[in-house]
Design a binder for this molecule. Sequence first.
Ligand code: COS
Length: 392
Amino acid sequence: MFRYNADNSQQAIRDRVAAFAKKYIEPVSRDLDHRDDPDRFAMDMYKTLGKEGFIGMKMPKEYGGSGVSSLEYTTLVEELCYYDPAVCLLDAVAELATYPIYTFGTDEQKKKYVPKCASGELIPAFVLTEPDAGSDAVNQKTTAVLNGDHYVVNGEKIFIMHGDVADILVLFLKIEDGDGNEKASRKISALLVEARKDGKLIPGIKVSTLKKKMGMRAATTGRLWFDNLKVPKENLLGEVGKGFKIAMNTLDGARVGVAAQGLGVAERALQESVDYAKKRICFGQPIGKFQAIQWMIADMATQIEAARGLAYRASQMQDKGEKFSLEAAKAKLYCSEVAKFCVDKAMQIHAGYGYIGEFSIIEKLYRDQRIMEIYEGTSEVQRLVIAGSYLR
Ligand code: COS
C-alpha cells in the first residue's frame, strides 16, 4: 500500500472504495475490458456507482450528492483508478458534466437536472470537442440560431465521453449575438439539451459509438450530429457568450481529476511491480535483488510522491476557493506522464507477464493510461497554460 493521506478525511474514502471495489469491480473488471463487444457502455456498473453514492459526490446533499471536498473527490478518483481506471471514468464523466449545470445553471435548471445526474438516473455528457475543435476549442462550428422561443442547432461533435448514451448534454456551440467583431471565445455559449424522451433520441440528434478504442472500455465515446435540433430558449446555460469560460472553468476541475487518475494508475503499477519483484526468481534470486529493478522501483516511487503533492495541492487550492488553473494544469501534466512512466516500467519488470493481459493487470493499465495525456487538454495544452501564466 503506497497511498497515504494529506488529510484525515481521506482514509474513510479509501476504505469505502476498497470495499466497493472488492464487491462490485473486481468480479467484472476483466469482463468490462475484454468482453466480445468492448464498445458497450457499462450501464449496470454506472447504475451501481449511482446507487452506492459514488456519482455526483461533489454536489451538495440537497442536490443528491455527498458534498465532499475536492481533496476527498481526488482521493475517490485515485482509489477507483487503482482498482479500475475505466470504471472510475464512468464516475468522472458524470462529475465533469454535472459540475457546469450546478455551477452555472439557474435554480430551476439545477433542481431539474442535478439530483437526477447525481443519482445516476440521468447520464450527462460534456459536449465540447468537434472534428476541427479539440485543443483549439474556440474553433466551434456547431451553431445555434434563435428562432422565437427556441434555438435551432446544427453541427457535429466527436470524442464525446458517454455522448452516445447520454440523456442530457451540456452542449457548447457558437451563437452569433453581437456585431460579429467580438473575440472568438466570446461567441461561444452553452445549451442544456434533453437528448432523449422515454429513452429514445429526440428528432434532430443522431449518435454513434466510436469503435476500437484502445482502453477505458467500460466507458463509451460517441459522435453526435445535430440537424435543425430545437432547444427551448430557457435551456441556455449561463449567459450568451460565456460558454468558453464555463468550459474552461469546468476543465480546471476535471484536470485535477485526471491528475488523480494518473496517480491511482501509477500507484497500482508500483504495487504490482514490488509484489512481482519479490516473488519472480531469475538467476537464482528474486529480481528485486537486482539493481536494474531497484532503480526502476525507486524512480517510480519518487515520481509518485511528487505527483501526489501536485494533485493534492491543486485540490486543496480548489477547496479554499483560490484560483487553481495553473496548479490543475501542472498536476494533470505531471501525474499523467508519471502514470505513463510507471506503467512502462511495470511492463518492463513484468516482461511477458505484463504484456499478455491474461497474466496481470499491467497490459490493461498500459492501455487505460494513454488517454490521460490526451483528454481534458493534451500535455501540450497543459504546457501552453503553464507557460502562458509565467510569460503573461
Ligand atoms: N477559467 C475561466 N475562464 C478562462 C480560463 C479558465 N481556466 N481560461 C481562459 N479563460 C477565459 C479567459 O479569461 C478569456 O476570457 P476573456 O475573453 O473575457 O478575456 C477567454 O477564456 C479566452 O482565453 P484565452 O484567450 O486565454 O484562451 P485561448 O483561446 O488562448 O485558450 C487554450 C487556449 C489552448 C488554453 C484553450 O483553448 C484550451 O484549454 N484548449 C483545450 C481544450 C480542451 O481541454 N479540450 C479537451 C476536450 S474537452 S473534454
